[in-house]
Write a protein that binds this ligand. Sequence first.
Ligand code: C2O
Ligand code: CU
Ligand code: CU
Length: 463
Amino acid sequence: MRPSHASVALALVATLSGGRVPPRAPSATPTVVRRVVELTLTAAPARLELRAGTPSDVFAYNGQVPGPTLELREGDSVVVHFRNQLPEPSTIHWHGLHLPFAHDGSPFHPVPPGGRHDYVFTIKPGAAGTYWYHPHPHHRTGHQVAKGLYGAIVVRAPDDPLPASLRERVLLLSDNRFTADGEIDFPAKGTPAARVDAENGREGDVLFVSGAVLPTFAIRSGEVQRWRVINASAARVYRLELEGHTLLRIGTDGGLFERPVEAREVLLGVGERAELLVRATGEPGTRALLRALPYDRYIPQTRPVDWNVPRTLAALQYGPEPPVTLASSVALPTVLRRVPALDTTRVTARRTMVLTQHLINGRSMDPRRVDVSARRGATEIWEVENLVGMDHPFHLHGFQFQVLSRNGVPEPFPAWKDVVNVPRHESVRFVVRYDDYAGKWMFHCHILDHEDHGMMGVLEVRP
Ligand code: C2O
Ligand code: CU
Ligand code: CU
């Protein structure tokens, strides 16, 4: 489905990251005014200093790693002119966004080297949240993301309940590994290192926050900041802790929760997002570290030696100014938005997805096969059972779902998700409604090495 440009009263070319242009008043004929956001993303080889002073050969969107942050609003019509200047096929997948099949950037629609594709989609009402984009070609996703192709997407709602005065940060978490001569270390197929990555998923010892190593964020004592955290790593799970602070978790993959939840730490599986409020309770002039605490997601025999060492991601530096009082700096709403539970009495099918190493229900990905077939509008429950000794983050394209229970324990409240970590030997149940677009949608483990090894299936939603 292409949005008809005739129905768009106004065409604006908005820019990346900020530069949002307010719509002009509509003309005399009453018509829905929609913003058109049009941009070009070119994927091409580049030579960049991912680490200061050490250049590496990378793949970059518009010459930068990570790619530019896309600032969108609910209702926007989005046109992305993708130019593939890589020496291999690629796509851009809009992780978590609800959009027509032909524009999902899945392995079904590869763009050849030198080719181009216009991704055209509309941001649905209610979609406000934090998303990301990355390539999704068959067998090569892990390689292309490791080379630098990933970026953040922020979708805003016109009725966002939080004060616009809050300082906002996007923390795009990723890790990478480098050879002695400074190049990105992505082991060649068939090597012992490639076999270890195929098992565990590729982790790197260098951690990046929005492309920076150990950045320092400024904060003023008493201030409240809004953080959008994205786990864009291939395999790493982040157990986040901000030294000396209690975090207020306000949202997840598909946007805000109904109510904020206090948390000492936030577990972010691969592909997952968290929206947080950071309340600056520290003293002027002090520092607090944002750390990733040890999290054991591995098969014991394949654990990296340093898996149990906490890692520092960033530092929060308090300015010298006297504190502003929390109450005067911001009044936080108790209800962020309504998140109604999907109606499970309408469930027409229950599916079981059994995860073993590199397989779902004993099968490896075959793009010619349909693994699950359903009708548009149907509501289904999926039970994802992890039979093996390591975690697998399970992701579904096309539709946001609501987790019902984890290992039999009911989820405390409904929230919109598109990826859920399924810990070793545990299971997760979720409910999903195929509320719109027909098409072929991937479901897969989001450990990129597992996905590239075929731990993926196809859901066909028929019109
Ligand atoms: Cu984030 Cu199928 O991907
Ligand atoms: Cu996706
Ligand atoms: Cu996996």
